[in-house]
Design a protein around this ligand. Structure first.
Ligand code: AHR
Length: 500
């Protein structure tokens, strides 16, 4: 199959915000206990943090990690997780016993070790604005006041300086502790935002949007929240977990179409509210939970039976899942004007990029596209005009085989191109054509592919789905990249000259 992607450096959708390559870590299953934190493990440092896990996380180049939930946060009292007295409590969300030995200060240490920054979620389910503001005081203030002093007493003389804050989690969902109607949440979130920002005007705030497109209140919830909170927030959150429960690979691989349409929905809604309010203020999307999740979902996989660190929702990721994850990132890059933050949900053991055993870690298939994109998608997002053969993707109708995004670093003049081939049986030769530039150097290509969409990395065979070197050709300024079937190709370090 042949396809063409036409680019022009004047046609871009703005700066790619590196925060779209953030992650999410929740107190859930073996994510914290037996995952990032395991004092009894030989790989752990004096703080009980597993350094091998931390090293894998560093390899993902995440600017921010969202914490501590998720559903967990809506019944969590952060005050139980700081200081010398830690008592276990029953976690409503996942029916586990939370020992509280890992809390805010331990998370800050983990972030430093990994080389990322905290994005803290506050409980607006069972707690409220006062406790949220107290957490801002604890983390960010240098005052002689109760919670700032408590932080110093607990061993952190300097503020943690947390820049990003989520105002609750999925409050539209009946499963959420403290679930409430949109108007009620919006008022609560606005009150929390005002208190929190009153203490630290530099913070950025994310209101909880719809928990998914499947919700009856999708967009209506978001509209109500945006209309009430508009001037008090920087972001509205979006969440999605993709499924191939129908076991239909071609249709699953057209998932990018749905991701695009969600971003269109939010772009339209945000523009609408901005217009109604005649406001100079801007609000962007924080897509702070996204991933594939359907194999280890529901029933016993989500019931911790009151144990600590049980193996919950430990999804095994394969090649087709990795290709769908790459499509999320292509969509985020293409809509750089709308999405400024996004978090892979999640990172360790729970619907995770990395699995742990006492003796080591396993990078799942989805780890690799994330690490490639977060490293190489720098600069502005070029708008790709894709000329590709199409296929019938069922409910998703006629879809391009080739999905593309591109970045251009104006300073270095280098470009990266991210291509996915949705075909299950045809390799693609994709020609890259710049209408305002001449390609002078073809850069290097890394591909991920395989014959079987279900191919996964296992403890016995950890390198089944990993990047390998790909092939490209530069002939008379025309760059052609080979994108294998069921595959993706990330081409980096492409240099260009302006056309004479
Ligand atoms: O990431 C797992 C769960 O999915 C989160 O706790 C919740 O926010 C979402 O429903």
């Amino acid at each position: 199959m042949e396809a063409r992607v036409t680019l022009n450096t004047s046609f871009n959708n703005g700066q790619i915000d590196s925060r779209i390559f953030s992650g999410f870590l929740e107190h859930l299953g073996r994510s914290i206990y037996g995952g990032v934190y395991d004092p009894d493990n030989g790989h752990s440092n004096d703080e009980g943090i597993r350094t091998d896990v931390a090293e894998d996380m560093t390899g993902m180049n995440m600017p921010f990690v969202r914490y501590p939930g998720g559903n967990f946060v809506s019944n969590y009292d952060w005050r139980d997780g700081v200081g010398p007295d830690r008592n276990p409590f029953p976690d409503f969300a996942w029916k586990t016993t939370e020992p509280n030995t890992f809390g805010t200060d331990e998370f800050m240490k983990w972030c430093k070790l990994v080389g990322t920054e905290p994005m803290m979620a506050v409980n607006l389910g069972t707690l409220g604005p006062a406790e949220a503001a107290a957490l801002v005081e604890y983390c960010n203030l240098d005052t002689d006041t109760q919670w700032a002093q408590a932080r110093r007493d607990n061993g952190s003389p300097e503020p943690h300086a947390v820049k990003m804050w989520c105002l609750g989690n999925e409050m539209d969902g009946p499963w959420q502790a403290g679930h409430m109607p949109a108007e009620e949440y919006a008022l609560k979130a606005r009150n929390a935002a005002r208190l929190m920002r009153g203490l630290d005007p530099s913070i950025e705030l994310i209101a909880a949007g719809s928990s998914g497109r499947h919700m009856d209140t999708y967009l209506e919830w978001d509209r109500a929240v945006l209309e009430t909170c508009w001037d008090d927030i920087e972001f509205i959150s979006a969440h999605r977990y993709s499924t191939n429960a129908a076991n239909n690979t071609p249709e699953f691989l057209a998932e990018g179409v749905v991701i695009d349409s969600i971003l269109d929905d939010y772009a339209g809604l945000i523009a609408y509210v901005k217009g109604v309010k005649k406001s100079p203020h801007d609000v962007y999307v924080s897509f702070d939970e996204w991933n594939v999740w359907y194999k280890a979902r529901g029933g016993v996989t989500q019931d911790g039976q009151w144990s600590t660190g049980p193996a919950l929702i430990e999804e095994i990721y394969n090649l087709e899942d990795a290709l769908v994850c790459a499509q999320y990132m292509n969509s985020f890059i293409r809509r750089a004007d709308v999405v400024k933050v996004a978090c892979l949900a999640q990172l360790v053991n729970v619907i995770a990029a990395v699995l742990t055993r006492p003796d080591g870690t396993l990078k799942q298939s989805i780890y690799y596209p994330f690490a490639l994109y977060s490293k190489y998608a720098n600069g502005v997002s070029l708008t790709p005009a894709v000329h590709s053969p199409t296929y019938d993707a069922g409910d998703r109708v006629e879809v391009d085989f080739i999905d593309a995004s591109a970045s251009f670093d104006e300073e270095s003049g280098e470009m990266s191109i991210f291509l996915i081939n949705r075909s299950v049986d045809q390799d693609a030769m994709v020609t890259i054509d710049f209408s305002d530039r001449q390609i002078t150097s073809q850069g290097t290509v890394q591909i991920m592919t395989g014959d079987d969409p279900k191919l996964a990395n296992t403890w016995e065979q950890p390198y089944n789905v990993i990047p390998t070197n790909g092939i490209s050709q530069l002939d008379n300024g025309v760059l052609t990249i080979e994108v294998p079937k069921l595959g993706m190709a990330v081409t980096t370090g492409i240099s260009t000259n302006t056309r004479e």
